[in-house]
Write a protein that binds this ligand. Structure first.
Ligand SMILES: C[S@@+](CC[C@H](N)C(=O)[O-])C[C@H]1O[C@@H](n2cnc3c(N)ncnc32)[C@H](O)[C@@H]1O
Length: 205
């Protein structure tokens, strides 16, 4: 499938730009779920990690806590208004750098990261293959990818007044196949009411 990249990016910015200022007030109790998911990645002090589609930076303090002051925490998002909220929420100091970028085109060197954390990201990518392939490019072999949401697919669909469908990209069979073609191997998959977490490992090059 081909995409009009500029139109796709504009649509994401319009959608999330309009929601940015209210983002943190909608689900103020998600902090512990983010921290628990970050703990499950297996990051170590000194590691370098990217929060892909970081939004208002809800994961940044937990990522900093696990990699420590000697580690590197980066945040990337396509929506300027979301990045502006990071500072307003008092999370700017948790990151070494924040950049305005599409995760399918990152200004990072090959293999420079130990892990990528992406919360609520994958279903918003118009071209998930190119996004996941680019994330694989910037992560070292055996590095980690965590695709997270503080609620599972069924609970999220119910919240949005929708039904989950079998062609949902976050469904295990689809996600496993997609990861396998983009440089990742799915290691574990949890889709429960209070957590969606898929953990994958970067394949050797
Ligand atoms: C559902 S929000 C989640 C934000 C944050 N991770 C959280 O959990 O609070 C999705 C975020 O992904 C960003 N996003 C969507 N597509 C993107 C892309 N291609 N590259 C970078 N960021 C993207 C949006 O701007 C938005 O901030």
């Amino acid at each position: 499938m081909t995409h009009d990249l500029a139109a796709d990016r504009a649509a994401v910015r319009a959608f999330f730009g309009e929601r940015a200022a209210r983002w943190d007030t909608r689900f103020p109790d998600d902090g512990p779920a983010f921290a628990a998911a970050v703990d499950d990645i297996g990051l170590r002090p000194g590691d370098a990690v990217l929060d892909a589609g970081c939004g208002t930076g809800r994961a940044l303090p937990a990522l900093r806590a696990v990699v420590g002051p000697g580690g590197t925490v980066l945040g990337a998002d396509l929506t300027p208004a979301m990045l502006e909220e990071v500072a307003r929420a008092g999370r700017r100091d948790a990151a070494d750098a924040l950049f305005l970028a599409d995760v399918s085109q990152l200004p990072l060197r090959d293999g420079c990261l130990d892990a990528v954390f992406g919360a609520g990201l994958i279903s918003h990518l118009p071209g998930p293959e190119s996004g996941l392939r680019e994330l694989a490019r910037v992560v070292r072999p055996q590095g980690s990818l965590a695709l997270f949401h503080p609620v599972g697919r069924a609970a999220l669909a119910a919240r949005q007044g929708k039904q989950i469908t079998s062609d949902d990209i976050r469904a295990e069979p689809r996600l496993r196949a997609l990861l396998a073609t983009t440089g990742w191997r799915l290691l574990s998959y949890v889709d429960e009411d209070e957590r969606y977490l898929a953990l994958a490992e970067r394949e050797a090059r």
